[in-house]
Design a protein around this ligand. Sequence first.
Ligand code: BES
Ligand code: MN
Ligand code: ZN
Length: 494
Amino acid sequence: MPGASTPSSYSSTNPTKAGDAVLVLGVADGKVRGLDSAKAATTALNDAAKAIEFTGKAGATVRIPSPKGVAAGSVLLVGLGSFDPAKSDDDTADRETLRRAAGSALRALSGASSIALALPVASAEDVEAVTVGAGLGAYRFLTYRTGDDDTVPGPVTVLGPKGKAFSRAHAAGVVIAEATNRARDLVNTPPLDLYPESFAQTVKDQAKSRKVKVSVLGEKELAAGGYGGLIGVGQGSTRGPRLVKVEYSPKGARRHLSFVGKGITFDSGGLSLKPAASMEDMKSDMAGAAAVVEAVFAIADLGLPVKATAWLPLAENMPGSSAQRPSDVLTMRSGKTVEVTNTDAEGRLVLADALTDADAENPDLLIDVATLTGAQIVALGNRTSGVMGDEAVREKVSEQAKIAGEDIWPMPIPEEMLAGFDSTAADLKNSGPRPGGMLAAAAFLREFVGDDTAWAHIDIAGPSFNTGSAFGYTPVAATGAAVRTLVQLARSAD
Ligand code: BES
Ligand code: MN
Ligand code: ZN
């Protein structure tokens, strides 16, 4: 499943010497930035921008001929809005501005043969932000297209100050963008080709070049191990479930982060069948699994000094003749029993089994990531995920997400939610109270996590798959949501 990949390098070359490359420059408050040494060229560019009424609105781009005194194939101006790093005291917001500008530039540069990015960078973190934005903006999903290969932007050079710290930050940015793009590839791959077995195989293939350990439980092992949730959800499909575990365990690690990702390779709803319109994008129901595995690969690639484990409960939720029925009772991996009142509330069933195993290792932090509820979209929309669980953990997730450039908002698990799962036949039923379905789902999951475990659940139903237009570094379809936040959590682990 090769993703289109644009190589990226770092250089402290003067931007006026970009050769044949398209030179990308930022425009803030109507003024072209980044060519400080070339006053005449800057004036010429400012005049040109004015003549075509390019004001530098955030995300806007325009490509123009390069002015005298600037060696470049052409110049792409990209809007930075009112960005002024000298006046701003909000580095986090500034870095997101840089990420988005670089992303908008690379989205606009389909087919450009080479690109030099000269955005205003002052710190190593700024360089990483530009690198991440460019890497994400360069993403094109072409696996199933014939003849569109020329839309992939050519090699990118990120320009900035000289020094090891800057080139190191660039290298980290490349790792993070590539991991996010691999997650996008997994999510965009149609379910005909991405099903539990093939997903597990892809994980094994990607693990080969890394210092990680992969283990896969197949159907027989899952049945023998009492994974009632995974077996129940997977039994309506001819393509059986898997539980994949990926471990990165560097010597001397003092912290263990454990990530669990919902991996429904297609969610038809099962016998509680979804209507056609709601089923259209359900190949994306494994976006949590894609995020957790690619985050662990990125943590390994960065060589971070923490242990990180990804758990991927994988199943295809189909209404075959052997499918589970509403009113069936499952005995879960934890021993608890669950009455399946709605087969479309499948995510929590597979997550529960994986959470049980993840929790048994007593990690220092346990985070699950899932396209869990339509209610998430109702509550927070398409660009903001919800995080629920222990107060300290959800605050930490939300704060680190912001640093990584993602919006994940803390949400409560109100006390009355759990009672809504009372069953007449089992310990719990799987569909709970509404409204508040996102919060209810979190209450269900919490029943499978130990009281002493630092846990949070992230619902990425909306943000994982962009059904609107592309913006900044975010393309249509798969976005790679949560990868950057999980990596940032590992970076900030103490
Ligand atoms: N995969 C869906 C949630 C979803 C909806 C993700 C829209 C992305 C976009 C999940 O399995 C589901 O069907 N949830 C139900 C739960 C309900 C039956 C309790 C829902 O949200 O309606
Ligand atoms: Mn469902
Ligand atoms: Zn689902």
